[in-house]
Design a binder for this molecule. Structure first.
Ligand code: PRP
Ligand code: GLN
Ligand code: MG
Length: 495
């Protein structure tokens, strides 16, 4: 779930891009990159690591230019090496750099086609490099010395016909401006906003509205599914629907885990969606055990804090921050290997014994995916002296792989795959396990925007909205990206 940003400014945008990437850091911790354009010359810095480690003062000084794009990466295709850090660049036509959040599902076919028909070489096993080359080729086909908005939109229409999957992107065209676009199913989020300065209006496109807020931009709106927005250097904004049958199906896992609670995605406040998740979860707890004996509700920081509050309030039980998070350890779920994830949970979280000793505790987390976090937390709760350890997940059981930009490639690695709730409960060592029902999770998000008729919920229901994901694809994905396979990833696999 990478983070992307693009800015068309009135003065150097390097510092704004840096700040925006730090605000999107929770979406990707593996690599970061910025490309700016200064008088038709591109400046670039990208490498593995967190934003604060990738950009030094000397890089920032070099990143001159009043328009640019940035990326924080959480790999879902290819290796996690530095060659796959984004933005990617092609020199023809015009010089284009691109940053991509999402994952393509027909990349193997497109790579073959792009070589055979378009004579384009792809140098890495990144799906994002493929997407950039498709866009570049389609723009090249317009044969314009100076591209107009209509040429860009014609190219976009062709891109949507050629690629499948989830993609929200920003592309920088040297000398012209920034193009932002979202896949026809609207799976991955993308917003744009503007701010007034003494020199004129500046524009920003970003994965999440939090980047706009903090940098003083006002949200104009979400980029619509299938829509492309082209912002020229003089601030002229062009927008056009470029997909044939666009429909909005936002990824519900953004509301569960990925997005920051202070973001608003497709009109839905993530914070409010999580508050509602907690309310629904509490109702289910009360239905299952009207005379429960829970003494205290303890959320697992960070992402479960919001839902945990409403669970406790609705149950009429004490809410206590009994788990303390080490603020210097990042998100464990998006770390690359199971060994690192496992070790980091213990480094990240520690129990305050007096909140556990002799009590029946209800631990609330936003989700249980591989079970790495909850197994260790339950163990910690027992060691801290809890009498009973109950566990509630604000999301339903995660049973299916994700193919649209979340690195859950292998069903076998999911603790709920092929297990009943009772079996998962035993496996993670809890005394009672409660999962949110899918209809309640959907209601928690849908109440925020009645125009959203459907959410992308494949990790919970196995329904892949793009219609092209079959058993064969899932098997290939599992073989290429299960934990063991990722350890020795070196060759071209595009998965
Ligand atoms: O079952 P698992 O495979 O462990 O995955 C689920 C856990 O991982 C995430 O936390 P993470 O540490 O990534 O981030 P957070 O601080 O935002 O909660 C999520 O919030 C759950 O706690
Ligand atoms: N999580 C993402 O959005 C990943 C983008 C792209 N598929 C990559 O692996 O770099
Ligand atoms: Mg967590």
């Amino acid at each position: 779930m990478c983070g992307i940003v693009g800015i068309v400014g009135k003065s150097d945008v390097n510092l704004q891009l840096y700040d925006a990437l730090t605000l999107l850091q929770h979406r990707g911790q593996d690599a970061a990159g910025i490309v700016t354009c200064d008088r038709n010359r591109l400046n670039q810095q990208k490498a593995n690591g967190l934003v604060r480690d990738v950009f030094r003062a000397r890089h920032m000084e070099r990143l001159k230019g009043n328009f640019g794009i940035g990326h924080v990466r959480y790999p879902t295709a290819g290796s996690s090496g530095p060659a796959l850090a984004q933005p990617f660049y092609v020199n023809s036509p015009y010089g284009i750099a691109m940053a991509h959040n999402g994952n393509l599902t027909n990349v193997r076919d497109v790579v073959e086609e792009i070589f055979q028909q378009d004579l384009r070489h792809i140098n890495t096993d990144s799906d994002s490099e493929v997407l950039l080359n498709v866009f570049a080729h389609e723009l090249h086909k317009q044969h314009k010395l100076q591209p107009k908005a209509e040429d860009i939109f014609t190219a976009m229409r062709a891109v949507h016909k050629r690629v499948r999957g989830g993609y929200a992107c920003v592309a920088l065209i040297v000398g012209y401006g920034i193009v932002a676009f979202r896949d026809p199913h609207g799976i991955r989020p993308l917003v744009y906003g503007k701010r007034e300065t003494d020199q004129g209006t500046e524009y920003m496109v970003a994965s999440e509205s939090v980047a706009l807020d903090v940098l003083g931009y006002t949200l104009v709106r979400d980029v619509a599914p299938g829509e492309a927005i082209y912002i020229e250097l003089d601030g002229t904004v062009h927008a056009e629907q470029c997909a044939e049958n666009p429909s909005l199906n936002p990824c519900i896992f953004e509301h569960v885990y990925f997005a920051r609670p202070d973001s608003i995605i497709d009109g839905v406040s993530v914070h409010k969606a999580r508050l509602r998740q907690g309310e629904h979860l509490a109702e289910k707890i009360l239905r299952e055990r009207p005379d429960h004996d829970i003494d205290v509700v303890i959320p697992i920081p960070d992402s479960a804090r919001t839902a945990g509050q409403t669970v406790a309030y609705r149950l009429g039980v004490k809410f206590r921050e009994g788990m303390v998070k080490n603020r210097y350890i990042g998100r464990t779920f998006i770390m690359p290997g199971q060994k690192q994830r496992k070790k980091s949970v213990r480094q990240k979280l520690n129990a305050i014994e007096l909140e556990f000793r002799g009590k029946n505790v209800l631990l609330v987390d936003d989700s249980i995916v591989r079970g790495t976090t909850c197994k260790q937390i339950i163990q910690m709760a027992r060691e801290a002296g809890a009498a009973k350890v109950y566990f509630a997940s604000a999301a339903p059981a995660v049973k299916f792989p994700n193919v649209y930009g979340i690195d859950m490639p292998s069903a076998e690695e999911l603790v709920a795959h092929g297990r009943t709730t009772e079996e998962v409960c035993r496996e993670i060592g809890a005394d009672w396990l409660i999962y949110q029902d899918l209809q309640d999770l959907i209601a928690s998000s849908a109440e925020g925007n009645e125009n959203i008729k459907q959410f992308e919920c494949s990790v919970f229901d196995g329904n892949y909205i793009t219609g092209d994901v079959d058993e064969k694809y899932l098997q290939e994905l599992h073989a290429a990206r299960n934990d063991a396979a990722k350890q020795n990833k070196s060759g071209q696999s595009f998965l």
